[in-house]
Design a protein around this ligand. Structure first.
Ligand SMILES: Nc1ncnc2c1ncn2[C@@H]1O[C@H](COP(=O)(O)OP(=O)(O)OP(=O)(O)O)[C@@H](O)[C@H]1O
Ligand SMILES: [Mg+2]
Length: 264
């Protein structure tokens, strides 16, 4: 399995607070990687490091073997698009203007909007169902509408690697499935490398082709869903007793939580 995006022996920290030491993790090319793990275990911190928002204190993050620090900012944004866990839109900006910002890395100095820009924006807005919200200010939207507008911006960026930190947060069940189906088709038909943090283990197992399980800033298991999502792993990582069934249609593991470890 080739890993184009890679954290190599990184130390990740915020001032005095060290989150990960000597962490090595590869994001396999063309896979749909899902990162799972409890709150505060360092998932977003890892994603920020991969997306160059948090420079590692030690070690390197590389893309195609090249240190991400060496990329120009537009060049990096053409390669990797990030949906952060929470984002603040500029006050009063409309949905269509927000989505259009996704095209910024593709624009050259003094260049007009191209047909490719318009097409990418239209495609992203339709795929996320925000067409009818185009003229609405982002700060007046519901949580789920806002999440979809940000997702449209990230998709308009049209990068071969798309990194999504909890893309399903705030979404109702239908919109969750819509977003995950969209990621799946980008991965299966478009060959995109997807990395997403999900809290729903059943969605992780159903959609992920590669799972990275984290705990306390470390990767405790990685691989295909049915090798990673096991009774022992759910107990170790989440402190939850669970039964693992096999979902009959997809054959993927299905986690049924029974209780907390050590409690009846
Ligand atoms: N900007 C920051 N400054 C200081 N500490 C931070 C900062 N961001 C995160 N942390 C701390 O780093 C640790 C890991 O946080 P991180 O956001 O990576 O967790 P997470 O696994 O994404 O959790 P969640 O599932 O809640 O999103 C936490 O203890 C958190 O308090
Ligand atoms: Mg997080």
């Amino acid at each position: 399995m080739t890993a184009t995006l890679m954290a190599d022996a990184v130390e990740l920290a915020y001032d005095e607070r060290v989150i990960s030491t000597d962490l090595t993790v590869g994001i396999p090319e063309h896979e749909f990687t899902v990162v799972i793990g409890p709150n505060a275990c360092g998932k977003s911190t890892l994603l920020k490091a991969l997306a160059r928002l948090l420079p590692p204190r030690d070690g390197h993050v590389t893309l195609d073997g090249r240190d991400v620090k060496a990329f120009g900012s537009k060049e990096f944004a053409r390669a990797l698009a990030l949906l952060p866990q929470s984002s603040q839109a500029p006050a009063g900006i409309s949905v269509s203007d927000l989505v259009a910002r996704g095209r910024f890395p593709h624009q050259r100095f003094l260049q007009q909007w191209s047909a490719a820009d318009e097409a990418a924006i239209a495609r992203a807005m339709t795929a996320t169902g925000v067409d009818e919200l185009a003229l609405r200010p982002v700060d007046e939207l519901s949580g789920g509408q806002r999440q979809r507008a940000w997702l449209a911006m990230v998709l308009a960026q049209d990068a071969p690697i798309t990194v999504l930190d909890e893309p399903t947060t705030f979404l109702d069940i239908a919109h969750q499935i819509e977003v995950l189906d969209l990621c799946e088709s980008l991965h299966a038909e478009g060959g995109r490398t997807i990395v997403a943090v999900l809290h729903d283990l059943n969605q992780a197992a159903r959609y992920g082709t590669h799972i990275i399980a984290m705990k306390d800033g470390e990767v405790v298991a990685e691989g295909v869903p049915d090798e990673v999502i096991t009774v022992d792993l759910v107990a170790e990582v989440f402190g939850v007793r669970a039964r693992i069934l096999v979902e009959p249609e997809s054959g993927s593991p299905f986690v049924m939580p029974l209780g907390l470890v050590g409690r009846p």
